[in-house]
Design a protein around this ligand. Sequence first.
Ligand code: UD1
Length: 329
Amino acid sequence: MTKILVTGGAGYVGSHACKALAAAGYEPVVFDNLCAGHDWAVKWGPLEEGDLLDRDRIAAVIGAHKPAGAIHFASFAYVGESVTDPGKYWRNNVTGAINLCDALVAADTKAIVFSSSCTVYGLTEAAFISEAEPVAPINPYGNTKRAIEIMLADFETATGMRNTVLRYFNAAGCDADGEIGEVHDPETHLMPLAIAAAAGDRDALKIFGTDYPTPDGTCIRDYIHVTDLADAHVRAVQRMLDGGASDVFNLGAGAGYSVCEVIDAVGRIVGNPVQAIEDGRRAGDPARLVADIAHAQQGLGWQPVHSSLDNIVSTAWNWYRAHAAAGQA
Ligand code: UD1
């Protein structure tokens, strides 16, 4: 079976990608330090515990498994923390990516898919954001994602290692079979917080800003089901292994929902209104971020088929209901 190295494969998006890789006939080899990931989420291939800052360890794992390609998820991803502790983000995200690329090149693995983010576009005002939009990140987390994108291009020039950059919008929802789901500690994302508030398991949700230039005054985001994201990764891997050229793809549903619309959908599906209070704007939040997904549709032959708002909320709620008591939500 063709092996694919998946750094961060014990995490939220990474574990869903492993399930999709296995379904497509690949063996995902997870490399994860388990600082944010969970060993119970590694179900479709071996778990190689290790840290990307340990150059010898990642080189040894790649040397032992000889993967045909790699998907690189492992990264710190709290925007707010990146502002107060930029060194932690640059060291982990960028140095880790350098060590990974060095080890891949040494083993002659010439294809990498990189988990980037719409945050690289910064405060854009485009109604639908295409890959041609200028990149101008506005926080250290976004800067590290952009730095790695640039570094990957340099690696290709020097070594021929091709890359696919996937810029996600807002990953949400959980595996429809309930095998894996979203578990962050601390949790900062809107969808799981709104579900926990509707379930009565936490204090009222704070709505960060009600004075944005949007129809209801709250921020609009493009929520993409994690299963659709996972499918895009498999397609990106297949495309790279077939010799496809390096490219960048935005991954979203191509539709936007406001914070209030998400809260309404969660209340309706959970069967309890979300207790919410209006709060001030959170620093660095653009009013609207919605993807133009035409390039991903064409280049990856991909379609977001699980990403209706109701399906995202339903699958997230099913996971929460089944796992909150076990501490896995
Ligand atoms: C951010 C990043 C994204 C990154 C992700 C990683 C930006 C533009 N986006 O997503 O690239 O991959 O974090 O974690 O930097 N909200 C509330 N109350 C809450 C929580 C959120 O009103 O308690 C609002 C936010 O203001 C935002 C929306 O809900 O408008 C979604 O927020 P969140 O789930 O935190 O994701 P982003 O900040 O969009």
